[in-house]
Structures are given as structure tokens and as C-alpha cells.
Design a protein around this ligand. Structure first.
Ligand code: RIB
Ligand code: CA
Length: 314
């Protein structure tokens, strides 16, 4: 049976890869919901419609959501993803219109409609997820699972010294997610930064004539410009596609449960996902305990990249 998803995103370049991966691996995407983040929500909404059309998912509704974080001004990341959020590659955009209901309302509606069936995957700031939790406190009991691309546990951040962008863009929303009674998996930079797209995979994407590969190659150039100095090679990190891969096939990785919280105070550590990695920390209670999250221990990146290439027709 295909995994049934709600995908919340801030479509940017790696969000686009995540959507193409989900489609290519046969996920049943009930809806995409969009948040501020890489780009303003209107831009991310248009980009999500565009990538869904390319992926052959033009019947999947897209619901615009939060236009700013809960408790801080809007900040976006065009320097990473381009002014248009798709690498300023000049790709043609969808003329399809977003659906009417707002993101958080649609997340709650779908969860109530299909209790225990849907995996909630969030690959942008968590404002929509936090709002959905405020609207429906029973949301954790209504979803089958929750997978977040977010956090940087025990490694440097990317939005600040210790803050990873999705958590850093809305710490209050992220804390609502951490402090809920669900078995939430955070796929953080401690995992994703280990997985730059390998040169052979890049060569196959560049050489492919599949429209999905050609689109990907075009939108990735700006993203690779940013990552090249950091990685020491011309490549980039498919953060969001890694999270979707684990939502679709949890057996691609092993995991550990830790106690965690999000710094929501003022100051330079605001927006940090703080995980208790002490080797002698008492094993946390059940994964679905409030303040307990799962993180990845080890992941099978080779299988992930094989499936990513398959999803791009490369
Ligand atoms: O830190 C990486 C995350 O921030 C990814 O989801 C990327 O798309 C940006 O939203
Ligand atoms: Ca994202």
C-alpha cells in the first residue's frame, strides 16, 4: 500500500526534489500545504503547484498557509534558493490555482477524515504544523506518523551557529511540535549534511533528457553555487528529499530517541533544537512522550540516491 502523505513545504530547490521523490516513489500525496520560509508563502505556493504539475501530480491540491512565523518577523532565504525559490533558472510556472482552505485547517480536516492513515511530513518552518496543533490538540492521535526535516543536533546550524533553518525560522512552532504526544522524527543536519549528491549522480541528472531531470539540473545550479565552497566540491544537499525518503521507507535508517527542546528565548541560541546526546543520559520514555524526539542514527544513502535518480528519470 502506498504511504499516504500530507507534505508541508516552503518550495525551494530541495523541497522540489522532495516532491519529485515522493511522486517517483509512488506516495499517495493527499495535499501539499505551504509555509513561509525559503521564499514568501505566495512564491512557495506557486512553486509547489509547478513541481507537482511536473511530477504528474496536477490533481494534488495545494493550500497556502502561514505568511510569517508565530513570534518573530518574516525572514526568507532567497540567497540559498534564488529570488523565485527555484534557482532563478527561468523555469515556466504553473497556471493552476491553489485550493481555498488555509493550510492548518486542511491538515486538521484531512487528519480527521482519515484517522491513523496519514503521515505528516514537514520540510519547511513548522508554523502550519504548530497552528494545526493549536486548532486540534488531538492531532497527534489522528496522524499515523510525523517526519520533520529540521534541527541540527550536535552539529553546527545553517541559519545561525546552532540553528537549522526550519526550526530557526519559527522556534515557537517547533517547540509545539517537540512538546506534543507523538512519535516525531526530526531528520536534521547531523544526517543530511552527510549526503551531498555524489558526482556520478550529478552526471546522470545532467545527461538525462527526462523533463524531471532537466528541471532539477536547471534549478540546482544556484543551490550548488552556494554549497560548493562549503562542501569543497560542486554539489548540494537534498535535505527535504532525505526526510521524505524516510517517511516512505523508515527501514532506510536506524534511529535513536532523545529528550529535546527548542530554545525560544531571546539571544544567539534562539531557534536551536537542543537534544540530550549525553552517553549516560537515561533512555527516554516512550517516543511519543512530550519532549522526546527520534533522530537518525545511520542512513543508507546509497539506496536513497538510487531511488532519487529513479524518481528523476536519470
Ligand atoms: O535547513 C534546510 C531546510 O531549510 C530545508 O528544508 C530547506 O528547504 C530550507 O527550508
Ligand atoms: Ca524546505
Amino acid at each position: 500500500m502506498p504511504t499516504e502523505l500530507i507534505l508541508d513545504c516552503d518550495t525551494g530547490v530541495d523541497d522540489a526534489l522532495a516532491i519529485l521523490y515522493a511522486a517517483g516513489q509512488g506516495a499517495r500525496v493527499h495535499a501539499c500545504t505551504v509555509t513561509h520560509g525559503n521564499v514568501p508563502v505566495e512564491v512557495g505556493t506557486r512553486n509547489t503547484l509547478t513541481v507537482l504539475d511536473l511530477a504528474g501530480l496536477s490533481t494534488v491540491p495545494v493550500h497556502a498557509g502561514a505568511s510569517r512565523p508565530m513570534a518573530q518577523p518574516l525572514q526568507t532565504s532567497e540567497h540559498v534558493h534564488g529570488r523565485d525559490g527555484l534557482g532563478d533558472a527561468g523555469v515556466s510556472t504553473s497556471s493552476r490555482q491553489p485550493a481555498g482552505d488555509l493550510a492548518a485547517v486542511e491538515i486538521v480536516r484531512l487528519a480527521r477524515e482519515r484517522p491513523g492513515k496519514l503521515t505528516l511530513v514537514a520540510v519547511g518552518p513548522l508554523t502550519n504544523i504548530g497552528l494545526a496543533l493549536l486548532l486540534e490538540p488531538d492531532l497527534p492521535a489522528l496522524v499515523r506518523g510525523v517526519v520533520i526535516m529540521g534541527g541540527a543536533v550536535g552539529v553546527p546550524g545553517n541559519a545561525s551557529q546552532l540553528g537549522e533553518a526550519n526550526v530557526w525560522h519559527d522556534p515557537e512552532a517547533a517547540q509545539l511540535v517537540v512538546d506534543s504526544r507523538w512519535d516525531v522524527l526530526f531528520v536534521g543536519l547531523e544526517t543530511t549534511m552527510q549526503a551531498p549528491i555524489p558526482p556520478e549522480a550529478l552526471r546522470r541528472i545532467e545527461a538525462s533528457t527526462d523533463p524531471r531531470a532537466r528541471f532539477t539540473w536547471a534549478i540546482m545550479q544556484h543551490y550548488m553555487d552556494l554549497y560548493e565552497p562549503t562542501l569543497g566540491l560542486r554539489s548540494c544537499i537534498p535535505h527535504d528529499a532525505l526526510a521524505v525518503a524516510l517517511a516512505l521507507d523508515p527501514d532506510l535508517a536506524t534511529y535513536r530517541c532523545i529528550e529535546a527542546y527548542v530554545e525560544t528565548g531571546p539571544g544567539r541560541t534562539r531557534g536551536t533544537l537542543v537534544g540530550d546526546l549525553r552517553p549516560f543520559a537515561p533512555p527516554p520514555a516512550e517516543p511519543s512522550t512530550r519532549g522526546v524526539i527520534r533522530i537518525v542514527d545511520r542512513m543508507d544513502f546509497n539506496t536513497f540516491f538510487a531511488r532519487l535518480l529513479e524518481s528523476l528519470g536519470a
